[in-house]
Design a protein around this ligand. Sequence first.
Ligand code: BES
Ligand code: ZN
Length: 627
Amino acid sequence: MSSFSNIKYILSAGLMLFAFTGCQKNNPNMKNSGGNLLTGDPHSFLQTNGATVKHLELALEVNFVEQTLNGWAEWTLNPNKSDTLILDTRDLKINAVYLNNNSGPATFSMGKNDPVLGQALIIPINRHTQKVKIIYKTSAHAAALQWLKPSQTKGKQLPFLYTQSQAILARSWIPCMDSPGIKFTYNAKIKVPANLMALMSAENDTILHSNGVYHFSMPYPIPSYLMALTVGNLQYKSLGKNCGVYSEPETIKEAAFEFTDMEKMVNAASSLYGPYAWGKYDVVVMPPSFPFGGMENPRLTFATPTIITHDRSLVALIAHELAHSWSGNLVTNKTWDDFWLNEGFTVYFENRIMEALYGKEYADMHEVIGYGELKKTLKEMGENNPNTALKQNLKGMDPDDAVNDIAYEKGRFFLLYLERKVGRAQWDAFLKEYFNHYRFQSISTEEFLQFLNEKLVDKNKESASKINLNEWINAPGLPASFPVITSNLLDDAKQLAVTFSEGKPLRTASTSKWHTFQWLHFLRNLPEKLSSAQLAGLDQAFHFTNSNNAEILCDWFQLAIRNNYKPAYPAMENFLNTVGRRKFIQPLYALMKATGQTETALKIYKNAKPGYHQVSSHTIDQILVSE
Ligand code: BES
Ligand code: ZN
């Protein structure tokens, strides 16, 4: 890769030529359907029989003052006979395009802009074109990026940046084939201010580079949604042979304590479904505004700090993101319509890791809690809603708006159902073969079903004749063949909720060793309507308002909103102003709206919104502002 001074040279040369030749044209013929037959992906401008990419060289300078990334992306193409290369972009300023190593810039044009899909970048090529280099800059509003002020970090001294590319936001920071059906390898060179560390979904260094220049390499093919970058005041601590954690120095000790079982998780996962394919497994702790619990960026999971509770009670999230190293990162959903192949498999696998480490009683709780969440989602969406089938049809929709428990929980229970049909030994052998067979590829639901039929169903004519795939894959609602699940520990929690609602005295001693799942089950089984005196009694006994566990807080605040229990509101307001995780903030704002407290919600949101990533504020806008 050439150095940064070279970039600047090429950039200015490109700009000059650009001004004279006016090589950017608007292309009115470029339709925005986004649909294509090559990958069948309705969320990319990629076209049938078009050229595809195999490798990316990326060079970017991170500018915290302008809040932009500035530099170039050079794509190596697969051999092809196509006369155009089409890339997805969103809000990118394309300065120039160069083909092969030609000194003069090439022509390119931009398709019509779509608010969700962005714009196609259309580059005429020929069969001799092997490399296409795009000189570009991101917009200050790039949808994937969140630029944080020092005050939004733990240390309060230095700024922070992170990307969130899934589902279709990679195109807002890299011109790319933004479809999970396309995989490529990459190298990158990132320049950051000298006192900050840069990390990517690739081979990372563990020490600060005083010149601010970082080199990365991802030698295995990955889809664009796994492109990731974070920049901040970060420190590394090893947690075993091949894993460790990065976080701001202020929280590195706590993080290392919380994730102490990481190496055991990697070993458990590898012995279940085959060797870990990516070399190292690290986690980087994000600031609290991170819109997800975790993001499975290869070799480097991005995680919310809300799982640091000092009692290791929320580490299932690490097992989840680690499991994606097989389901999702190794075998990838071909389009977002097949999202359950990523998430359903991962929830199932996550719980197998948790069972291996912490036992069956834990795994039982995980299932019963997941079932409760699935039932709630089905109730909200309607049992007959076609979007409650595993196979989705998201054409015309933003895939980010369609993330819900169907893919996660219905998907997981489908796999549990299959496990029970054929027995664990055979099922595990099948899954191991599946991950190995499709490694580094992207597959559709239909391809999975064909493999399933061939390798499992046909071999089990006896029991498998009763396997009903359609009611899981294509039918809405809860399948008749839904597996039976129970948890003794959660039954205890439910019993205590019943005791309480009958007005009987609570024995707090019995709860001293409760797991988070038991508290959630307790809260979820209380009557919806409670008096202020009852809520005050609960709070006095169990200190919910002061809990440091975001999962428990989120449920408790929902009870408070439902019953207008004002003593919990200052803590809730504080929570909404610090935590940006969509899963927590979405139900709170939605419930305030549903219970006639929109004004309170808007007041809190107005203050909190600037601290949220766009993924979260987009969702809350839809709840509070749009309709
Ligand atoms: N890959 C997802 C997050 C995601 C999904 C981002 C869709 C964008 C679009 C990640 O693995 C995930 O599922 N996170 C969950 C973790 C939980 C299920 C343990 C989350 O963030 O809550
Ligand atoms: Zn996931």
